[in-house]
Design a protein around this ligand. Structure first.
Ligand code: NG6
Ligand code: CA
Length: 518
């Protein structure tokens, strides 16, 4: 593809001259503009229908809407998987998560699943002179087998391209419930070491299962191991009392760090990956947001996240860098209501529909699993539009490489910079979708889901997973909600889709005997 070094060609291809202002070395010369800052705002479990600019009527996400109304709002954009770790892996590597057998929902003790020798989005941007930072949820594993949380924890984000990291290791519902800055657990009392185990409890430590009297939030399924701040978690933890986070403060904590990061690095090109924890469980809005949505904690934390995003945009404005900052907004997977705690997400939902008109949800091969809100905003550079182009978060690596003049192209990442900037609606031809190791093919307007064993519905979360003994074939243009399986009536299309799928995915994608039972 076009190399950045040939900047004249690149600039004319991009059309609006995004690259023309940069010198090949990325130096400011005269009134030339430096390479753009890049901020990826990534939510956790936010659904296609959770955002008012995507049709939600019962909740007002005015700051996300600001990005949508003044940027490109994508209607056909996907996360790479219907769960977190695989989507995050693809976002940072440009590689399909099903190619990495370790890219599954990870426990807090999982080793790092990105090879430190592998090229990544932040590494690539570092090559182009960027300072790179992550603030928020990591969930890609830490260490190389056994982690001693009382010493420097590595390898982790700092070994795969981030100059700065301030993270939670896994999820808000998993131990260790501590913040880790550049590999160091924050606020740790050396006299009170942290111990983590995902199999066995530590003697004498209470659990959600045995000590319901200690809980301020009740578990519904899973989430009955160690108790931190009255919330039962996944996994066992002992010690590190002073280092434990306060759940209700997490949003403010990460926002302040993200704002500081921007202020500190505004004079150099920077890449900030701001990975918010909302609206993943446990949903713990700050008291300022409690009751704000009328939908219980799930709605409240969406409003909290929206507020954080507004504050972040304000910082970008106040620092005078809005015209030189590309913001990409999305979510790691689709929505879920009851994901393991009694928190009124179902009871107080009212008329809100986090799934929009899409079938399925988090964990599902149906559309709501992976079709997510996706917005690009760049003040003065990107013209407001709505794009129906087929695009995936996996395409971000190659597209940003193009933007910044790097040759790197992620293995499965399409260079779609002009789609990201709204100048073209010529997206991908096809895409493999994933949900807990099962895969499906989107090609043009069509979706093919091969037969999979396993329950049709995950009864705990009440979500249809997409499993069926038969092939499923849907035309999304005519049947967005995936109600009419055309596998029997359109044999020709079915064969065509199977052939494309086999070509990309290999032959055994539909081998019913070999597939997982999830
Ligand atoms: C599941 C958890 C769920 C959530 C999910 C990861 C149980 C029963 N369920 O195993 O609550 O933590 O993992 O979500 O433990 S993700 O968005 O990070 O992929
Ligand atoms: Ca998630």
């Amino acid at each position: 593809m076009i190399n950045y070094k040939h900047k004249v060609i690149a600039a004319s291809t991009v059309g609006i001259g995004i690259l023309s202002a940069c010198s090949p070395q990325g130096e400011k010369t005269g009134n030339e503009q430096e390479k753009p800052n890049i901020i990826v705002i990534y939510l956790d479990d936010l659904g296609y229908g959770d955002v008012s600019s995507y049709g939600a009527t019962e909740i007002e996400t005015s700051n996300i809407d600001f990005l949508a109304e003044n940027g490109v709002r994508f209607t056909n954009a996907y996360s790479s998987s219907a769960t977190s770790s695989p989507s995050r892996y693809a976002l940072l590597t440009g590689r399909y998560p099903w190619k990495n057998k370790n890219a599954k929902i990870l426990p807090g003790t999982a080793p790092l699943i990105i090879d430190t020798a592998e090229m990544t989005l932040p590494k690539m941007l570092k090559e182009e002179g960027y300072h790179t930072g992550i603030v928020g949820k990591w969930h890609l594993g830490l260490g190389d087998g056994y982690v001693n949380w009382n010493e420097e924890v590595k390898p982790g984000p700092n070994q795969v391209g981030f100059d700065y990291s301030h993270i939670i290791a896994a999820t808000q519902d998993r131990v260790p419930t501590v913040y880790i800055e550049n590999g160091i657990v924050q606020g740790l009392d050396p006299e009170d070491s942290i111990f983590i185990d995902y199999q066995n409890n530590f003697e004498g430590e209470p659990t959600g299962k045995d000590n319901p009297e200690l809980l301020k939030m009740m578990w519904h399924h899973g989430h009955n191991s160690s108790i931190v701040n009255g919330i039962p978690r996944i996994g066992f933890m002992k010690g590190g009392k002073l280092a434990q986070w306060v759940d209700e403060d997490m949003a403010d904590y990460f926002l302040a760090l993200a704002q500081d990061y921007i202020k500190t690095h505004k004079d150099e090109p920077f890449f900030l990956y701001y990975a918010l924890q909302q609206p993943h469980v446990p949903r713990t809005p700050h008291p300022r947001f409690v009751g704000k949505s009328g939908m219980g904690p799930r709605g409240d934390v969406i409003l909290e996240a929206d507020w954080c995003i507004g504050e972040l945009i304000k910082t970008v404005e106040e620092e005078g860098i809005a015209e030189n900052t590309l913001i990409i907004f999305s979510s790691d997977n689709g929505p879920v209501l009851n994901d393991g705690y009694y928190d009124d997400a179902v009871e107080k939902l009212g008329n809100h529909n986090p799934f929009g008109s899409l079938r399925g949800g988090k964990y599902s091969l149906f559309e709501a699993g992976t079709r997510v809100p996706f917005i690009t905003y760049w003040k003065g550079k990107i013209q407001p539009s709505v794009s129906d182009a087929l695009i995936s978060q996996i395409d971000i690596t190659s597209s940003l490489a193009m933007l910044t003049g790097n040759d790197f192209r992620g293995e499965d990442s399409k260079q779609l910079l002009d789609v990201l900037t709204g100048e073209s609606t010529q997206g991908r031809e096809n895409l493999i979708l994933e949900a807990t190791t099962r895969t499906a093919l989107r090609s043009g307007d069509w979706i093919l889901i091969p037969p999979y064993k396993g329950p049709a519905v995950n009864k705990h979360v009440n979500i249809e997973l997409g499993n069926s003994k038969e092939y499923q074939l849907y035309n999304l243009k005519e049947d967005l909600s995936q109600q009419n399986n055309l596998a029997h009536s359109d044999k020709e299309k079915l064969e065509e889709m199977i052939a494309v799928f086999e070509q990309i995915r290999g032959k055994d994608f539909g081998n019913i005997e070999n597939l997982e039972l999830k």
